[in-house]
Design a protein around this ligand. Structure first.
Ligand code: SAH
Length: 424
């Protein structure tokens, strides 16, 4: 990529002065500064690269500026940045190298996770030969940055297609022009992925996640232009394999979406389940779940229902299971929802505990950032008391390693997954 002359870039760079509270935030290694902590930002164009100054004018580093978000500043470097597209390209290459060390036995994983990869506002997932990207900030949306993202991904990963999934609400918040999701490069937007096999991904193996057999893993259809989020819940990938190690007997996967847990507890080499039922309120998700089961050569039971109602009904009818998975959508979208959200989680967990046979396995998850690890554990403990059951923590897990947690940035830690053994 041709580099712009450093001189003109340097002189063109606007600056932003922070309040002392804003400075304190940066000293805590959090990359965000809220608009209320910006003391001065005169004539700063939307999405620009800005020099960040303390109240006395001392240079603190370089940030991406948003003219509309409450998060006005996202730090990108503690030094100067002369060429943002070149820096973005370099960070993407580093994020890919980080995954090469940590990720194995899958051809689907997150490649770039925004702040956790020092690329605020960019998410890229790999689904075999199709890449899916999301752009969430004004600065990342600039044409030269987009160009650098696509070019680097093509050079490093040689995909057959790159799709962009647009979050219309975020574009509106960032005051970016509306845009349709679609293919941004190549021809291919759907594919088949495979995870939690062995001897995949260029021969890397990970003995913790697999049994001794060589397998091609559990397979899923992926359509980059359909589905929720970026199409699949890659953050649960390692939890699927962990759940499969303990799951047994009759299993129920509540909030199953396209069957991530259900298929693993049925099909993974470690799986010991005799029957598996998936419940979800979304028919398209269940249709895909059924197709995924067929792809793997198994037929499972899928029920379209409100999981709250169905669990209530099943528990009143004294239905019993040996394994129950609870992976509901985020109940707490904001901090204010916390109490109500914990009430919802508790109701589900309480019912599941009552329905489990002694020795049964409960896999319970929360993807609400506002529900912290401690809140979640306390809620489960509370439910156990009310259900008159004793629970042992078999594993206390979070998101897969390709969704790194950046310390001092609590927002990067949002997923809880507890695997519990339930005794009467
Ligand atoms: N476990 C899944 C992800 C679940 S996401 C996986 O690993 O892929 C949450 C799911 O809950 C979504 O599929 C959504 O359709 C479903 N859902 C939301 N509210 C529901 C309700 N009240 N009853 C049943 N399913 C619900």
């Amino acid at each position: 990529m041709p580099k712009k002359p450093a001189v003109s870039a340097k002189h063109a760079e606007p600056s932003v002065k922070l309040s002392s509270r804003g400075v304190a935030r940066l000293q805590g290694r959090h990359p965000w500064v809220y608009r209320s902590d910006v003391a001065e930002a005169k004539d700063v164009p939307p999405g620009s690269v800005v020099r960040v100054l303390d109240p006395r004018g001392k240079f603190l580093g370089t940030a991406l500026y948003s003219s509309s978000s409450q998060i006005a500043i996202r730090m990108i470097s503690h030094g100067s940045v002369a060429d943002l597209p070149a820096l973005v390209a370099e960070r993407i290459r580093a994020a890919i190298a980080y995954r090469k060390e940590l990720v194995s036995n899958t051809d689907a994983y997150r490649i770039v996770f925004s702040e956790a990869d020092f690329l605020p506002g960019l998410i890229v997932d790999r689904y075999s030969d199709v890449l899916s990207m999301q752009i969430l900030t004004q600065a990342m949306d600039a044409a030269p940055v987009r160009e650098a993202i696509l070019q680097t991904l093509r050079e490093e990963l040689q995909p057959a297609g790159i799709v962009e999934r647009v979050d219309a609400r975020i574009r509106e918040l960032e005051q970016l022009p509306p845009l349709q999701s679609g293919l941004r490069w190549g021809e291919k937007s759907s594919t088949v992925i495979s995870m939690n096999g062995e001897k995949m991904n260029g021969g890397h193996t990970n003995s913790e996640e697999t049994s001794g057999n060589e397998t091609s893993g559990v397979r899923f259809h992926y359509d980059g232009l359909e589905g929720q989020k970026t199409g699949a819940f890659l953050d649960q990938r390692e939890n699927y394999a962990a759940a499969a190690r303990y799951a047994h007997g009759e299993a129920l996967d509540a909030f199953c979406y396209q069957g991530g847990f259900a298929l693993h507890v049925a099909l993974h080499p470690a799986a010991k389940c005799s029957s598996v039922t998936g419940i979800d309120s979304s028919r398209p998700a269940l249709e895909m779940a059924e197709k995924n089961a067929t792809l793997n050569g198994r037929e499972l039971e899928w029920i379209e229902a409100n999981a709250f109602d169905l669990l209530r009904e099943y528990s009143a009818a004294n239905r019993r299971y040996d394994t129950i998975v609870l992976d509901p959508p985020a109940f707490a979208k904001t901090k204010r929802d916390l109490e109500k959200a914990l009430g919802g989680y508790k109701e589900l967990n309480l019912r599941a505990m009552k329905m489990l046979r002694s020795g049964g396995i409960l896999v319970t998850c929360s993807c609400s950032f506002h529900v912290g690890a401690q809140d979640f554990l306390e809620m489960v403990a509370d439910a156990a008391r009310d259900a008159h059951k004793s629970l042992r923590v078999v594993e206390n897990r979070g998101a897969a390693k390709d969704h790194p947690i950046l310390l001092n940035v609590p927002e990067t830690s949002y997923l809880q997954c507890l695997i519990l053994s339930v005794s009467n």
